[in-house]
Structures are given as structure tokens and as C-alpha cells.
Design a protein around this ligand. Structure first.
Ligand SMILES: Nc1ncnc2c1ncn2[C@@H]1O[C@H](COP(=O)(O)OP(=O)(O)OP(=O)(O)O)[C@@H](O)[C@H]1O
Ligand SMILES: [Mg+2]
Length: 251
């Protein structure tokens, strides 16, 4: 069954002279599949992920997005999150004044409430958080600090992965989660994704480098240029890209 079905999506920046960024994008992710998108800078990859997560920076001018058989574009950002969409940002935001552990507990409980499940109590949550944080080499001290404030680039990316593993999404969107990670952290983050992945779930992974895909095996690799997907292949396409660059695809 399709988890995500994007048809002929056109979107522009939502201001009076906002340019069109997505120009007829089609993409279907079935349950259990991992898709990777690669593409030159400025082709709309992050825009796509932000639109899926419910950003109000963009206006959809044409096309449709279905998630689990429902119209995703009708839903507010928080509903999408509560219904299993998670975006690991290319540039994670700092949230001063809110401790990471508090932020994550509230996010998880909001999701549990939305899905009519029992909330997790504080002690149980701390146990879960410590266990997940340990595998991602995130210290207790970091969990007490405000979300992302003063974190290094790689620490922010690991924090995104921790958020993802706590919220356990149905559709994980990873926007360059590998950038800025050291070699060990890259492997740890990939293990995190592989651990969460199941036949009920889907992932969309944006990356500039084939290396991440050595650890997270995609079922499909897409090349995105000029606001749409121009070529789709399997893992070999990522290797080919690394060798030939985008020029071979008319960029
Ligand atoms: N809110 C916005 N306001 C103005 N321009 C925007 C906005 N969002 C995106 N753009 C423009 O849309 C284009 C696509 O941006 P986007 O961030 O989606 O690219 P990308 O494919 O993720 O690139 P990169 O590989 O560098 O991360 C860029 O030219 C960017 O400047
Ligand atoms: Mg981007």
C-alpha cells in the first residue's frame, strides 16, 4: 500500500513575488520502502521535505499529496507530526529555554494523546530517553541543556536522530542528516534509522553523498533537478552519480 503519494506537485514561496520551486514533482513511497533523493544545491529538496512536514512558507499551486490514503495538505503541521511524519531538519533549530528532555517528553505525549494511547510517565520516559541517548552517544548533560542551543553541528544531527527514535515515525524525512557527522556518528545514525525501519514504515533520505547509502540501503534513488525528479534508479544510480556528477544528467 502507498504510504505517500505525491502527484504533479507545484509550489512557490508564499509571498507576493515568491518564485516557483517545485515544478511538477511525482513520488510514491510504499510501506517498507526507503527512498533517497540526490540533487544539486537549490533544486528544492529541503522545500519538498518542509512542505511535507507542513511549513507555511510555501503555497501549493497544483497537485496533490496523499499520506496513508488521506489528503495530507489539508492537515496542520502538528497533526502531521502526531500522525507519524517526522522531519529531521537540514538546519536544526535552537529552542532556548526548553530542556531537551522536557521538549521530547511533551512531543511524545502529544503524539500518544492524539492516537488515544496512554501517556508515558516521567520515570518511564527518562528510562527510554537514556537508553536511546546512550546508543547515539548523547550525554545526560546534553539532555538537560535547551534544545540544540550551543550544540555542535554533528551533535545537532545526532539530536535529530534521537528525536526521531523517540517519536518512532511512520514516515521519516531526513534532510542531510549525514552532513557534519564524523565517521562513527554517521554509522550510529544509520543504525538508528535501520533500527526504527520496519515493513510498515517509509523513509525519504536526502543526501549529497553516496556514503550514507552504504549504511542505509535505499530501494530507490531519485535525482531531483529544477523542482522535479528527473531520473529514478536503484542504489547503483548513487554510485554512478558520484562518479559522473550531475553534468551527465544535463545539469
Ligand atoms: N522561504 C523561502 N524564501 C525564498 N526562497 C526560498 C525559500 N525557500 C526556498 N527558497 C529557494 O528555493 C530554492 C530551493 O531551496 P531548497 O532549500 O529547497 O534547496 P535544496 O535542494 O535543499 O538545496 P541544498 O542542497 O543546498 O540544501 C533555492 O533557490 C532557495 O533559495
Ligand atoms: Mg536542502
Amino acid at each position: 500500500m502507498d504510504l505517500l503519494n505525491i502527484e504533479n506537485l507545484h509550489a512557490r514561496v508564499d509571498n507576493p513575488d515568491g518564485q516557483e520551486i517545485l515544478k511538477g514533482l511525482n513520488l510514491t513511497i510504499k510501506k517498507g520502502e526507503i527512498h533517497a533523493i540526490m540533487g544539486p544545491n537549490g533544486t528544492g529538496k529541503s522545500t519538498l521535505t518542509k512542505i511535507l512536514a507542513g511549513s507555511d512558507e510555501y503555497e501549493i499551486t497544483q497537485g496533490s499529496v496523499n499520506y496513508n490514503g488521506e489528503d495530507l495538505l489539508e492537515k496542520e503541521a502538528h497533526e502531521r507530526a502526531n500522525e507519524g511524519i517526522f522531519l529531521a531538519f537540514q538546519y536544526p533549530v535552537e529552542i532556548p529555554g526548553i530542556a531537551t528532555s522536557t521538549f521530547l517528553r511533551h512531543a511524545l505525549n502529544a503524539k500518544l494523546r492524539h492516537n488515544e494511547k496512554e501517556e508515558i510517565d516521567n520515570l518511564e520516559f527518562i528510562k527510554l530517553l537514556r537508553q536511546k541517548a546512550k546508543t547515539l552517544k548523547i550525554s545526560d548533560e546534553m539532555l538537560k541543556r535547551p534544545v540544540n542551543v550551543g550544540f555542535s553541528g554533528g551533535e545537532k544531527k545526532r539530536m535529530e536522530t534521537l528525536q526521531m527514535s523517540i517519536l518512532d515515525p511512520h514516515l521519516g524525512l531526513l534532510d542531510e542528516t549525514d552532513s557534519g557527522l564524523d565517521i562513527d556518528a554517521l554509522r550510529t545514525v544509520a543504525e538508528g534509522v535501520n533500527y526504527i525501519h520496519s515493513k510498515e514504515k517509509g523513509f525519504l533520505i536526502i543526501t549529497h553523498y553516496q556514503r550514507l547509502l552504504d549504511y542505509i540501503k535505499p530501494d530507490f534513488v531519485h535525482i531531483m533537478v529544477g523542482g522535479k525528479i528527473i531520473k529514478t534508479g536503484d542504489y547503483k544510480l548513487a554510485i554512478e552519480l558520484e562518479e559522473k556528477g550531475y553534468q551527465a544528467y544535463g545539469v
